[in-house]
Write a new protein. Structure first.
Length: 128
């Protein structure tokens, strides 16, 4: 009887540890995806060539920012200060003649969804 109990425990041990690993991995994946999607960033896909959209985004952020803007041509990213918030806009080619815009704003080290939404609306108006 004692050997049967020990055998059952030894057989259940790898199964229990793999389930614990699976549960821990699933929980980490949920947290990671939540960070990636729940940060008050606004994403929009617009018709148009990525180069034309990028030029319009740089001009719009430069005109709107109260400080000098930081431009990264390689990443197609521009960073400026709008209404006291640090705003980062990135432009990516999504498809042929389709471009994706991503706007993120932070104020006092916290996400500022209102400013990000305002900047996105301004960009979409300029791109029409």
């Amino acid at each position: 009887m004692r050997t049967t109990t020990i055998l059952a425990v030894l057989l259940a041990l790898p199964l229990g540890s793999s389930c614990a690993g699976l549960i821990a991995g699933t929980a980490a994946g949920i947290v990671l995806s939540k960070e990636a999607t729940d940060n008050h960033s606004y994403v929009s896909r617009v018709p148009g060539d990525v180069h034309e959209v990028w030029a319009t985004v740089k001009t719009t952020i430069s005109d709107t920012s109260t400080t000098l803007v930081e431009v990264d041509e390689g990443l197609r990213s521009v960073k400026g200060t709008i209404d006291g918030a640090t705003v980062v806009v990135s432009v990516e080619a999504f498809d042929i003649d389709r471009t994706q815009l991503r706007v993120h704003a932070e104020r006092y080290y916290m996400n500022d969804g209102d400013t990000a939404a305002w900047v996105m609306d301004k960009l979409l108006t300029r791109l029409q």
